[in-house]
Design a protein around this ligand. Structure first.
Ligand SMILES: *[C@@H]1O[C@H](CO)[C@@H](O)[C@H](O)[C@H]1NC(C)=O
Ligand SMILES: *[C@@H]1O[C@H](CO)[C@@H](O)[C@H](O)[C@H]1NC(C)=O
Length: 416
């Protein structure tokens, strides 16, 4: 599982950098594990350089720059596999024939994540909606279902795009317990679409140590040097893993969720003496896989009494990932003259039209959104050996599955 969590983290950082480029003051939230799984699903149907590019984007390609496609590829005459040879009996062992992307490892991770226990809600779902008329390979259908729980559905983008849109939205709404409605607004899906990959994740959990609602008070959140905004600031004092990254001037706090299988890790730049907020950019530019592991490792943090101030927040993020994935190197799959999805469908003309990702995360005292409450003003005492973690300015956070060290969500909160 180690290499897969590393690959997901590397992918997470690449994607964050892309999404963050023009979003300095914007909230960001996405789920690297969810998108990785979705792309791995598409990879099952891809061949040749189309597949190799996905491996590269997902950081699962072993030979750097190597162009070998493994023993199953490369030597066959064009179209040989799909047209002349009678189709083999579908079998699970055929799902994992690529050397670099270990589909079984992804499946194992999914199984682990979907059995987190009663105190978590984590729904993670992928579906491929394909234009009717494209005949799908039985082998692909079986692997997609067995390994990724994905059910392909045919829709008629060409003839009835509005009905297709409603069908996709209805599926998303039911998979996310009603939390994500109208994934696609009217008019967003193109009537020329052939294959639309929809990937959703919904997460809800309660803290190991809940915040008391009566301690939540309105406080200012500094959006930047000049602007503030009142937020509902939660408060609690407790024993938490806490660390300080000297070279970044940033605090790290781990807030565990129930049963400690998952934690939220928050990276908070220090407030400057001049009243300006700390520099998120510096953390962002030094954020590598190694640093992230180091900063958030139990060795680096120690259990301390911490006064935690954290705004209540709800984040929703929708991304059409077509453009960023192409920038990251996945170009062939979107290009009609290059896409090789021959393991998915017999048709040569299949291309990927859209990759859409939507995330919804809700953070509050209990796990349910309560009306704003006003409580007594908090008196800050100067108790020795008590750290203060005051998240009243932009910070980065991620939600980690601790046993596998996998990043489920990664986000930046600029404005609660
Ligand atoms: C895969 O790539 C090889 C080598 O570039 C090529 O000969 C073959 O035709 C391709 N396979 C398909 C199904 O396009
Ligand atoms: C698709 O690939 C062809 C052949 O390499 C190229 O000429 C064309 O510009 C590409 N199309 C797009 C939309 O990138």
């Amino acid at each position: 599982m180690g290499s897969i969590s590393r690959a997901i983290t590397e992918f997470c950082l690449d994607l964050y950098n892309k999404l963050n480029r023009n979003a300095e003051d914007t909230n960001i939230i996405f789920s690297p594990v969810s998108i990785s799984v979705a792309l791995a699903l598409v990879h099952l149907g891809a061949r040749n350089s189309t597949a190799a590019q996905i491996e590269k984007v997902l950081h699962v390609r072993k030979a750097a720059g190597g162009m070998s496609f493994g023993p199953d590829h490369g030597s066959a005459a064009p179209g040989m596999d799909t047209e002349l040879r009678p189709e083999r009996q579908p079998s699970l062992s055929q799902c994992n024939k690529d050397e670099d992307l270990n589909h079984k490892a992804f499946q194992a991770l999914l199984v682990q994540l979907q059995n987190l226990g009663e105190r978590y809600v984590l729904s993670l779902a992928n579906n491929l909606f394909i234009q009717q008329g494209f005949e799908l390979q039985q082998q692909f259908l079986m692997c997609a279902k067995e390994l990724y729980g994905a059910m392909l559905q045919t829709v008629d983008f060409h003839g009835a795009v509005e009905a297709a849109r409603r069908k996709i939205n209805t599926w998303v709404e039911s998979e996310t317990q009603g939390k994500i409605k109208e994934l696609f607004a009217p008019g967003v899906i193109d009537g020329h679409a052939l294959l639309v990959l929809v990937n959703v994740i919904y997460f809800k959990a309660s803290w190991q140590q809940k915040f008391e609602e009566k301690k939540t008070v309105q406080r200012d959140f500094k959006l930047n040097q000049n602007e503030k905004k009142p937020v509902q600031m939660m408060y609690q004092k407790g024993r938490f893993k806490f660390g300080y990254i000297e070279e970044m001037g940033a605090q790290v706090l781990e807030l565990p969720y129930a049963e400690k299988s998952l934690s939220m890790i928050i990276l908070l730049p220090e407030d400057m003496a001049d009243g300006s907020t700390g520099d998120l950019g510096q953390i962002e530019s030094t954020m590598t896989y190694e640093n992230l592991i180091l900063w958030a490792s139990s060795e680096h943090m120690s259990e301390t009494t911490v006064e935690v101030y954290l705004p209540r927040f709800k984040l929703e993020g929708t991304f059409n990932l077509n453009e960023v994935l192409q920038e990251m190197g996945m170009t062939d799959i979107f290009n009609e003259s290059k896409a090789d999805l021959s393991a998915m469908s017999f048709s040569k003309s299949l291309v990927l039209s859209n990759v859409v990702h939507k995330t919804y995360v809700e953070v509050n005292e209990e796990g349910t959104v309560a009306a704003a409450s006003t409580g007594a003003a908090i008196v800050r005492r100067c108790v020795p050996l008590t750290e203060v973690f005051l998240a009243d300015h932009p910070f980065l956070f991620f939600i980690r599955h601790n046993p596998s060290n996998t990043i489920l969500f990664f986000g930046k909160l600029c404005s609660p």
